[in-house]
Design a protein around this ligand. Structure first.
Ligand SMILES: *Cc1c(COP(=O)(O)O)cnc(C)c1O
Length: 387
């Protein structure tokens, strides 16, 4: 356990940020109150919960009352989609949903669930080779009974940014609800809902260095949702259950710290990612990058190493103390091939040759240099073994 791991898997989860531990420590000790209690301990808990909400709201430019804590990105996506779709359908507004082929499973599977079980219609928009869709595609897919469109802000596997602002502008004119999964964008991209025509926006704590099991959903003021959980009516009845105070505090703090890093370290992060790609390109043959060349998350590098099994590369990297991830779904370590790589039209064998490197603010030049030092030999060894 002596060797330090070079962690290039930030899109799966980020290390808990420095400063979070200190921020949450009181809640493991004396600050254990229930925010709903009326005594002093409860009032303190409530105050701290609301301070955390302020930090999250500030981070995305939202009014305080439009931010709701959830258990993470998955729940935020479920609450947004199930909640908005069921409410609109009940009101007789329609039953047609639109999403894209590259969404996270928390969106895609949720939409498919509604299609299969609750009498909704679903259009899944195909993407181009970069994982992009056009505004025209959305417009052409609209029907009289369309109630909700869900398009992610940036893709977790290949990093491509989708045209959220343009899509949202059209949908707002037509009075159709718009949800975006912004989980991966929050770390490096400035998201401000006061300037973004979205009705619902999901974020997740552990992708920006907060604890796991906390997230938030932004809900624009006029938008109504059916809750998924019923009970004590916490979170303005949208999310019953005693609040995850320690998680919320960690998320608030992580938002503050991430805003700082975005200002100070963003350029350096992109430089490191580009350095990794240039190094790979110049030292290894038959490599290609997946995702949009420019409109792409600055920390993300999805590379296909022709003729080298991604799983084998990951194992070899792991043995060398480098943590990365395959193009495959991260779902419980399953080796199911990636629906995103399939959607961008990558041939199956090339999809299986794909590795995702995702950097973070703690990544150093030395770490990238080290990876570039070991990678060429590692790849040629695997290519030889693969014949
Ligand atoms: C990680 C991730 C999620 C799920 O968030 P959890 O907090 O792990 O449930 C949703 N969407 C995207 C794009 C993600 O990267």
């Amino acid at each position: 356990m002596s060797k330090k791991i070079i962690y290039l898997d930030h899109n799966a989860t980020a290390p808990v940020r420095a400063g979070i531990k200190e921020a949450v420590l009181p809640y493991l000790n004396s600050a254990f109150g229930n925010p709903s209690s009326i005594h002093a301990l409860g009032r303190e808990a409530k105050r701290d919960l609301e301070r955390a909400r302020e930090q999250v709201a500030g981070f995305i430019g939202a009014p305080l009352t439009n931010v709701f804590f959830t258990s993470g990105g998955t729940e935020s996506n479920n609450l947004a989609i199930l909640g908005a779709a069921r409410f609109a359908k009940k009101k007789g507004k329609g039953n047609h949903l639109i999403t894209t082929a590259v969404e996270h499973d928390a969106v895609l599977t949720t939409c498919k669930y509604l299609e299969q079980n609750e009498d909704f219609e679903l259009t899944v928009l195909p993407v181009d080779q970069y994982g992009m869709i056009t505004v025209d595609q959305v417009v052409e897919a609209l029907k009289d009974n369309t109630i909700l469109v869900s398009v992610m802000m940036a893709n977790n596997e290949i990093g491509t940014f989708l045209p959220i602002k343009e899509i949202g502008t059209i949908l707002r004119e037509k009075d159709i609800l718009f949800h975006t999964d912004a989980v991966q964008a929050m770390n490096t991209y400035d998201v401000n809902v006061s300037q973004l025509p979205v009705d619902l926006l999901s974020l997740s704590g552990h992708k920006i260095g907060a604890l796991k099991g906390i997230g938030a959903l932004y809900v624009r003021s006029q938008v109504r949702l059916h809750p998924l959980q019923h009970g004590g009516e916490q979170e303005m009845t949208l999310r019953s259950g005693t609040e995850n105070l320690i998680g919320a505090v960690s998320l608030g703090k992580a938002c503050e710290l991430t805003a700082q890093d975005k200002k100070e370290k963003r350029d350096q992060l992109k430089q490191l990612r580009d350095c990794l790609w240039k190094g790979i390109q110049s030292s290894i043959e038959d490599v290609s990058v997946n995702g949009a060349p420019e409109a792409r998350l600055i920390n993300t590098l999805s590379v296909s190493f022709k003729g080298a099994e991604g799983e084998a590369i990951l194992l070899a990297l792991d043995m060398a103390g480098v943590a990365a991830s395959s193009g495959s779904a991260c779902a419980s370590g399953s080796v199911e091939s990636s629906h995103v790589l399939e959607a961008i039209g990558l041939p199956e064998d090339l999809a299986e040759n794909t590795v995702r490197f995702s950097l973070g603010y703690s990544t150093t030049q030395e770490e990238i240099d080290h990876v570039l030092e070991i990678l060429p030999q590692l790849i040629s060894r695997i290519r030889l073994a693969n014949g």
